[in-house]
Design a protein around this ligand. Structure first.
Ligand code: ZN
Ligand code: FE
Length: 255
């Protein structure tokens, strides 16, 4: 591992993540949900903030940018396609760009859907992806700006990462997502088992993030639009994946 990750809850259901390059001590915060809490975490760890990596423009992801930049004079790196909405942005990045953090590196993927410019950061050498609000444990982000087709393609970029990849989602939505997942994929034994595990973890207030891609491929209905039993459960047997995904997302919105 070339990085170490410090994860902490903040706001009502967000997670914050600090990423430190072990070789030279550069430290990035993934998004800026809560500048005060990020500063407390930096102080507790004895780390100095050098970078902000933004996934998208929502206030619970970029709202602390300016306060942190003022304190640390850090470089803000964010999505090119929505750069106008990222406070204090210094460097605009998009699909295929490499972001260096000391000796460590993350590859950027465009994942439009939740917002039109949403990006994720994949630290391939460490098997860690910071996925913002694109994918959650057993869920995916709401389609505030993009189309179902865009989001389906974005989720498939994540699905093509190595299965052991740890997915650092920006919210603890897991238990509610699992309840919905069971409603559209009731025969899925891996899902039933996972629901029990999640209930236990949450009753002890233990985070369910990060998850792994392998686990999501088995249990996340938004990655399973090609699964015949899910298609059957939502009355779309044999339909194309985008239609199945779109209906699953619409059902979740109304759940
Ligand atoms: Zn968001
Ligand atoms: Fe969010």
């Amino acid at each position: 591992m070339t990085i170490e990750i410090r994860q902490f809850p903040c706001l009502s259901d967000n997670y914050g993540f600090l990423v430190r390059d072990k070789a030279c001590g550069a430290v990035a915060t993934i998004d800026t949900p809560d500048a005060e809490e990020i500063n407390r975490q930096l102080e507790a760890a004895g780390w100095r903030l050098t970078h902000i990596l933004n996934t998208h423009h929502h206030p619970d992801h970029a709202g602390g940018n300016l306060a942190l930049k003022e304190k640390w004079n850090c470089e803000i790196i964010g999505p090119r396609e929505e750069a106008a909405r990222i406070p204090g942005i210094d460097r605009k990045v998009g699909d295929g760009d490499i972001v260096r953090l000391g000796d460590s590196a993350a590859k950027v993927y465009d994942t439009p859907g939740h917002t039109l410019g949403h990006i994720i950061f994949h630290f391939a050498d460490d098997g860690a992806a910071f996925v913002g609000d694109t994918i959650f444990a057993m869920g995916c982000g709401r389609l505030f700006e993009g189309t179902p087709e865009q989001m389906w393609l974005s989720l498939n970029k994540i699905a093509d990462l190595p299965p052991e990849t740890e997915l650092y989602c920006a919210h603890e939505y897991t238990q509610a997502n699992a309840a919905f997942a069971l409603s559209v994929d009731p025969q899925n034994t891996a899902l039933k088992k996972r629901m029990e595990e999640v209930k236990k973890l949450r009753s002890q207030n233990t985070p369910t993030v990060p998850t792994t891609l392998a686990r999501e491929l088995e249990t996340n209905p938004f990655l399973r639009a090609e699964d015949p039993s899910l298609q059957n459960a939502i009355d779309l047997s044999g339909a194309d994946a985008v239609s199945v995904f779109a209906k699953t997302r619409a059902l979740k919105d109304a759940f």
